[in-house]
Design a binder for this molecule. Structure first.
Ligand SMILES: [Zn+2]
Length: 292
């Protein structure tokens, strides 16, 4: 009985799961954006850090027990807080990201990421997300200490390739595990959902090009930044939805339509209407400016 209870509560806390042999993922959403790990011969490479460092600490402990290998590297897909704020849990670890990703973090530290500003901003979520609020009290933001310009390889036999593609943010990178034919695509995909595309460095044209480049690689397993794991057919539909959204935005900016009229008149493609209430306004404000 005790054992039973332990298992149940363990499951509630632990949201990381084995996807295939050698890849673990957390797509649950309770610890910020999706994140996961790739197991190499003698080390584990973490992809993104989650947002709540106390929860990420559990992830680290679980991986260590499960694989018996140390986590020596953490690669960031991009600079958004829901992928970065859990990083302190994995120390000591080498933190890897693209040059523009690190630049964006440095800018954030002088503004939105000042600790008093963060505490003020998250105070509103104190009751709704108590774990996040508590973690923020002991948050210490870690910045990448290894940066790359275009790409880099990891693993004794270059099993992992990391590539800067941009799009969702200027510093957005993807991480491919070649033996698994799997990609951590970051927030370039919000699986089945309307994406957040309101970052000032978001470039919708580069975003669509990045996804087309990934589609051409014929990768079987796609681990998105948010939402469930998907494959090439979902990716193809997602690209089409973003292209339709872009075309509609371009039309709207020539006719002088506003963002709220755009949303009210159903100009959001069917495949990505889910989650539009969260992100559509902020995303479209940026995209209207981008094409206007
Ligand atoms: Zn993001």
């Amino acid at each position: 009985m005790d054992n039973y209870i332990w298992k149940i509560s363990f499951h509630i806390i632990m949201t990381l799961r084995k996807l295939v042999d050698g890849i673990y993922v957390d797509t649950d959403g309770t610890n910020g954006g999706n994140h996961g790990a790739i197991v190499l011969e003698d080390e584990v490479v973490m992809i993104d850090a989650g947002m709540i460092h106390t929860k990420s600490q559990e992830t680290k402990g679980f991986l260590k027990k499960e694989t018996g290998k140390p986590i020596l590297k953490l690669v960031f897909t991009h600079s958004h807080s829901d992928h970065v704020f859990g990083a302190q849990a994995f120390e000591p670890v080498s933190l890897i990201a693209s040059v523009p990703m690190r630049e964006r973090c440095e800018e954030n530290l002088k503004g939105d990421w000042e600790i008093e500003t963060i505490k003020k901003n998250y105070a509103a979520e104190k009751n709704e997300r108590p774990e996040l609020w508590e973690a923020v009290q002991t948050l210490s933001i870690r910045l990448p200490d290894v940066v790359f310009k275009t790409h880099l390889f990891l693993g004794n036999n270059e099993e992992i390739s990391v590539k800067l593609l941009g799009g969702h943010t200027a510093g957005s990178a993807t991480i491919i595990s070649h033996p698994h034919n799997a990609i951590f695509i970051g927030d370039l995909v919000f699986s089945g959902m309307f994406p957040y595309g309101g970052d000032p460095t978001c470039d919708p044209d580069r975003w669509i090009m990045a996804l087309e480049e990934v589609l051409d690689l014929g990768i079987e397993t796609i681990i998105p930044g948010h939402g469930p794991i998907c494959g090439p057919s979902e990716l193809e539909r997602y690209i089409q939805a973003l292209m339709d959204l872009r075309a509609n935005v371009e039309d709207a900016t020539t006719t002088g339509m506003t963002v709220s009229e755009f949303i009210e008149e159903g100009m959001i493609p069917q495949d990505i209407t889910e989650g539009a209430e969260r992100f559509a306004e902020r995303t479209l404000n940026h995209w209207f400016k981008f094409y206007g």
